[in-house]
Design a protein around this ligand. Sequence first.
Ligand code: CCH
Length: 291
Amino acid sequence: GVSENKVPDKPKVIDYQKIYNQIADILEDNDYDDGSYGPILVRLAWHASGTYDKNTNTGGSDGSTMRFSPESDHGANAGLKTARDKLEVIKLANPGITYADLWSLGGVTAIQEMGGPIIPWIPGRKDAEDGSKCTVDGLLPDASKTSNHLREIFGRMGFNDREIVALAGAHALGRCHPDRSGYSGPWTTSPTLFTNDFYIELLKKKWQEKKWKGPKQYVDKETGELMMLPSDLALIQDKKLKPYVEEYAKDEELFFKDFSAAFHKLQELGLTRTGEETVYRFKRTSDEEVK
Ligand code: CCH
């Protein structure tokens, strides 16, 4: 029996589809009020990567610097501890995956499992040792501002007008929490389903300023149940952005295609790739039995 000791250790291949399935499995755990962890996992993946600055090649999802203060305490990241803590069980079960890859995969899993498009995904992000590479505050968009600000922030990441509008469609998901952002309410009537409803509601409803002590936001005139941020309404106030809102409201397939490409690009910002990497396209758990 000595001979098998000479067999060199097999390189550890991580089964990312297995981790995807494990994340899918905890999305609807009933220890969270919103019915699904999906939306907050998408927000975590977005805030981890949306700090990218193409001019200095800093920020982005590599490093998972949001684990450390001060980035964990940035106002824009309020509430995301809930998502990071939930993913801790997956990390414990799969110590080989980095936090940076896990947060990114969490977003991709959530989008696909909530009915969204397949998002091609590449692993390889590393975890920073400490908080020395934390990004500065103020790199993520400010919801009280309008299109010039969106162009400035998303332009810094390397996104154009069409991509700004495509990414904004993620607001079909989830809601604003007064104790996190100060804003309140969901954008759509199906906040745990990935659809093009954000654009449909934005165009269809009459939006009026909410009468309250909180920050300026809009509610729909008819029911008062749906909301828009000033930065959301900016997408139809700006003459160059509005045509994309109209396209995506009419054509969900086009939205899915453009969103998938833009979200993939977001997750890749700041990473050095050779082009030889395996690109994963995960199977949705609901597709498993389908042949
Ligand atoms: Fe967003 N977003 N987002 N957002 N966001 C909020 C919630 C979500 C802005 C502001 C806010 C993107 C772009 C923007 C999600 C995904 C994306 C909230 C409420 C604010 C404020 C947070 C709270 O109170 O919990 C602004 C400004 C922009 C400018 O463009 C992009 C891009 C994405 C992803 C592609 C998701 C999902 C949520 C719901 C989170 C939840 O917990 O329900």
